[in-house]
Design a protein around this ligand. Structure first.
Ligand SMILES: [Zn+2]
Length: 616
């Protein structure tokens, strides 16, 4: 994959420069007659070019787009060996780019016991986990993990979890990605005692008497995680490769892994070395402190920065296919009750709407954090910050302002991801500071996660700005899109639908309708703006001559269908680096309507809300 990419890249460059050697290099790819390898014609090609033009046809040779225009423009490029596809009016988009996702963790989790859709009570969880356990032969004292527990409103002690399984150490991972429950055997194996202090940015659950409850939140989950041996490198690579194929099938051709430790870096390297990378991958390096479970944001020493720079350099494997150059930091935790570890400017409310004393806390000292960001920026690295609460967002913007004042505009395209709550005073600062707003568009709808555990605790004044995508768009911010899979689906068409409707299925009220964005903005967030964020807009993100042929063909024209059905879109074909790597099986278009799934929970809403309020 590497050599092919490099040959084609050089060919395109030299051809543009007009050298004679162009023909020789092109012949190395088998196209020596000036004709295109592939022509897609008679369609609707949304180019995402600066004019956002829509054309009829596109042609590419090797991995490089050689023409975008009308049918007549590409006709001279059709030779005897050219593969010609009649699009029959179908829509073509640039390959989609997911700027915040966790493919390896998600793929490994996907192989674990799934609690998706199971009611979060010990009674309901028990038969599901027992069924998973029964499938395993090599029981003994090995850790067993179940994932995607719908942890909103869930509370259980280690003794409760013992009712599911008392012999093997058991961990139940919440679907917010920030909480884990263990049984008594598991708690024992963690080595944590009542005297163990909470790690920075984390919480070890204790009852009123100070006894351990078996719950671990935020960075404290790493205590449990470290005790559970991961699958082998090849097992993780195999699971990830299978998932990447599914991502190709929904049109994703590039992604950023938003949490890369050495373990993830090894998997990406293995996939690259063994030709199993149908994706341009950027790695956001997260470097846990080996001596303590410290967030790297707490460490601004030159030594720590030098370590990050080195790890990032090691991750720059191939400019086309596998790069690092991004550092991931956490500014705070999560906003949902009961965790409420997201840092707010003013306190959380209680269930009755009265202010509490709790505002969450930043995971760092703001001054040290600003120094860290400034140093990373000076080293040419992009900083990608997880910030949920309005205080965390402000502190992140302050740090970027410090970096800019010291270093000037370094074109590092820094990013803040999640942006659950942003104070209106900070809206214009994204544009001013050139900070990209990385939204998980799929989250911006009414569902159990945005209602029960958030709405009453913020109050209407703040809830009105929950996921303020439209506000930031109007303030001139560059919006980029990421799924945060496996927190939520990586299907970009679900994100598009929610981004433009702020709702789920038919008949559901939207969440903050004024925060919707135009569809073209949502598409830009996954194409040209995402490519800009990945620092690969010179080669991807739009369909223009000279760029790589990363493009997809859709079964419907999302620019003109009912927005409440965009989620049902099927990708008919995915071309990556000039190669057809996915084509839909016949009849696939009718299956699995995603918009129905989006609306499904709504029917059960009343009952669930009552139950939840009753429990809390
Ligand atoms: Zn994430």
């Amino acid at each position: 994959m590497r050599s092919r990419g490099l040959i084609a890249m050089r060919a395109a460059w030299i051809c543009l420069a007009g050298f004679v050697s162009c023909l020789w290099l092109l012949s190395a790819q088998g196209a020596d007659d000036g004709k295109a390898d592939v022509v897609l014609r008679n369609g609707k090609v949304y180019t995402a070019d600066p004019a956002r033009s829509i054309r009829q046809a596109i042609a590419f040779t090797g991995n490089t787009i050689v023409a975008v225009g009308d049918n007549d423009d590409v006709a001279p490029l059709i030779g005897p060996t050219t593969k010609v596809v009649d699009l029959g009016g179908k829509l073509v988009l640039p390959g989609l780019i997911d700027t915040h996702t966790h493919p390896i963790v998600g793929a490994v989790n996907g192989a674990k016991c799934s609690l998706t859709g199971v009611k979060a009570t010990i009674e309901a969880l028990t038969p599901v986990v027992r069924a998973c356990l029964d499938k395993e032969q090599d029981a003994d004292d090995q850790w067993f993990e179940a994932v995607q527990l719908d942890n909103y409103g869930f509370s259980a002690t280690a003794k409760d979890v013992d009712k599911i399984e008392a012999t093997r150490p058991l961990a139940l991972w919440g679907n917010d990605g920030h909480t884990v429950w263990v049984n008594s055997r598991g708690l024992q194996l963690t080595g944590v005692t009542a005297e163990t202090p909470d790690p920075p940015g984390g919480k070890i659950g204790r009852d009123t008497s100070g006894a351990l409850t078996g719950t671990f939140a935020d960075s404290a989950t790493l205590i449990v995680d470290k005790k559970i041996p991961p699958p082998s490198l090849e097992d993780r690579a195999r699971l990830t490769a299978a998932e990447l194929k599914k991502m190709s099938a929904v049109g994703i051709t590039s992604l950023m892994d938003a949490y890369v430790t050495q373990a993830e870096q090894d998997v990406w390297r293995r996939l690259y070395d063994t030709g199993r990378l149908p994706m341009r991958v950027r790695m956001a390096i997260y470097l846990p402190d080996p001596n303590a479970l410290l967030r790297p944001a707490s460490n601004d020493s030159d030594e720590a920065v030098a370590r990050l720079v080195k790890v990032s350099k090691d991750g720059d494997v191939d400019p086309d296919f596998l790069r690092a150059g991004v550092i991931k930091v956490f500014a705070d935790g999560v906003i949902e009750y009961p965790a409420q570890t997201a840092a707010l400017l003013s306190p959380y409310l209680d269930a009755k709407g009265e202010p509490t004393k709790k505002s969450g806390t930043l995971y760092f000292d703001p001054e040290r954090f600003a120094r860290l960001v400034q140093k990373l920026d000076a080293a040419g690295l992009t900083v990608h910050i997880h910030a949920i609460g309005d205080q965390a967002v402000r502190a992140s913007l302050d740090a970027f302002a410090t970096a800019r004042a010291a270093n000037g505009d370094t074109d590092n395209r820094h990013q803040i991801a999640h942006l659950q709550l942003v104070d209106p005073a900070d809206f214009p600062r994204f544009k001013e500071l050139g900070v990209l707003a990385d939204f998980q568009l799929e989250w911006g709808r009414r569902e159990p996660a945005t209602e029960g555990p958030i709405e009453p605790y913020l109050g209407p004044e703040r809830y009105r700005y929950l996921y303020p995508t439209g506000s930031l768009y109007r303030a001139g911010a560059t919006i980029i899109g990421g799924s945060d899979w496996d927190i939520s689906t990586y299907n970009p068409f679900v994100a598009f639908q929610v981004g433009v409707t702020r709702g789920g299925g038919k008949g559901q009220p939207p969440l903050n309708i004024h925060e919707r964005i135009p569809l073209t903005t949502a598409i830009d967030a996954y194409t040209i703006n995402a490519a800009y964020a990945m620092k690969q807009d010179a080669i991807t993100g739009s369909l223009e001559v000279g760029k790589r042929a990363d493009l997809i063909v859709l079964d419907r024209d999302i620019l003109s269908v009912d927005p409440a059905t965009i989620a049902d879109t099927k990708v008919l074909a995915t071309y990556f680096d000039g190669r057809l790597i996915y084509s839909a099986p016949a009849g696939d278009a009718e299956q699995h309507p995603e918009s129905e799934k989006l609306g499904k929970w709504w029917d059960e809403r009343e009952g669930r809300m009552r139950e939840w309020l009753h429990r809390n």
